[in-house]
Ligand binder design. Structure first.
Ligand SMILES: NC(=O)c1ccc[n+]([C@@H]2O[C@H](COP(=O)([O-])OP(=O)(O)OC[C@H]3O[C@@H](n4cnc5c(N)ncnc54)[C@H](O)[C@@H]3O)[C@@H](O)[C@H]2O)c1
Length: 376
């Protein structure tokens, strides 16, 4: 199978590695050919390391690398069966690329976008043939994160999602099918993990270290919200929240944090700038969390209740099947268990009471419960 990948940045090269590893012939194009060279040099190092660690043979490494053909023209994609776009997150620029691509590929070629936040329906509506267009959303780093969200838009041909589902399975991925709603599954349901944590800090209830410690120790999360935001990039995380908020017509549930905006403005972006909520300088001394069992319980219940409420609302709106909702959070963001199962374990009544108390305290719509929560 011939796969075209547009954009050879973080995601494009990762997806190229996945496709080439499962035997596809990959055509890789970027408007900036220096980026393609740089990404291929990095990929070579990654493959060498896999050989050193005896994860793959040197023959396999060579085979994977040779399957990826750097292209200088989009016209090199003319025989592709599937094209995955992974360029800058900008609707106008993506649309232009798709319109050019439509003139090059055959009418049977599937065109897809790896967009994190732009509506698939709105992208497809600019194409001559929107039926062949679909969202295929990988997670970073693409070769390591199993989840792939498949997102058919309103105009996508009915059987295409299942076809792409099978293809992703054959690439060794864990696909799920999601409705074309802002944030799809993971980026929508995970919002309170960051948003509620930021709010607790803004209200001076606890420090980032305490919240991270509480979520790790009481919730078994691999990383707390602030460590994770520092890893993702505070600007990137802020941009996702802002888009979800705006695209839900300013639903107060998703209201972004002023603290996060200020940190973005100050270029305190996390690991990539050396400082975010934590300091990553070589000799930096980050304060230890001051343990407090009662406070930790309060933090954990507040954040987990918001997350479970989001999962229940996604279930109610049938954004995905229950099974896919559970899989998505475990395979896309490493949650220790699915949120619906977690709700059953803690008790939905307790989740509902926690949200009711928050609602009474703050009188804010942010804490409104999914109509389904009380019935669970
Ligand atoms: N980084 C993530 O964590 C992540 C996760 C999932 C999805 N995504 C999505 O994947 C896409 C790519 O993100 P990324 O992080 O890999 O970005 P990136 O900045 O690392 O790479 C984007 C590449 O696109 C190229 N490009 C820009 N305009 C182009 C054009 N008109 N034609 C061809 N190439 C062009 C750039 O030169 C750059 O190399 C975005 O839509 C993003 O929302 C990103």
């Amino acid at each position: 199978m011939k796969i075209g990948i547009i954009g050879s940045g973080t995601m494009g090269i990762g997806i190229a590695q996945v496709a080439a590893t499962s035997g596809c012939e990959v055509f890789l194009y970027d408007a900036n050919s220096a980026q393609t060279e740089k990404s291929l040099t990095n990929l070579k190092k990654i493959l060498d390391r896999l050989v050193e660690k005896q994860k793959i043979s040197s023959e396999k490494s060579e085979e994977i690398f040779n399957k990826i053909k750097p292209c200088t023209e989009l016209s090199d994609f003319k025989n592709c069966d599937l094209v995955i776009e992974a360029i800058i997150e900008n609707k106008e620029i993506k649309t232009k690329v798709f319109q050019n691509l439509e003139e090059i590929v055959s009418e049977n070629c599937v065109i897809s976008s790896n967009t994190s936040s732009i509506s698939i329906t709105s992208l497809s509506s600019e194409l001559k043939n929107p039926e062949r267009f679909i969202g295929i959303h990988f997670f970073n780093p693409a070769p390591l994160m199993p989840l792939v969200e498949i997102i058919p838009g309103l105009l996508t041909e009915k059987n295409l999602a299942r076809k792409m589902y099978s293809l992703m399975e054959s690439w060794g991925k864990t696909p799920v099918i999601a409705k074309d709603v802002p944030g799809f599954i993971v980026n929508r349901i995970a919002r309170p993990f960051y948003g509620e944590a930021l709010r607790i800090v803004e209200e001076n209830i606890a420090t980032p270290e305490q919240i991270d410690d509480a979520m790790r120790t009481l919730g078994n999360f691999k990383m707390g919200p602030f460590e994770l935001m520092d890893l993702i990039g505070i600007d990137v995380n802020f941009a996702v929240t802002k888009t979800v908020y705006e695209d839900y017509f300013y639903d107060p549930k998703y209201k972004p944090s002023l603290l996060q905006q200020r940190m973005s403005e100050a270029k305190l972006l996390g690991r990539k700038t050396g400082k975010g909520f934590y300091d990553y300088a070589e000799n930096a001394q980050n304060p230890a969390a001051e343990k407090n069992e009662e406070l930790y319980q309060q933090i954990f219940m507040r954040i987990i209740s918001m997350l479970i409420n989001e999962a229940v609302e996604a279930k109610r709106l049938k954004i995905a099947s229950d099974e896919d909702l559970e899989l998505a959070m475990q395979k896309g963001v490493n949650y220790p268990q699915g949120l619906l199962a977690w709700g059953r374990e803690i008790g939905y009544r307790k989740i509902s009471e926690t949200l009711q108390n928050l609602y009474e305290e703050y009188q804010e719509e942010r804490y409104r419960q999914s109509p389904l929560l009380r019935k669970m």
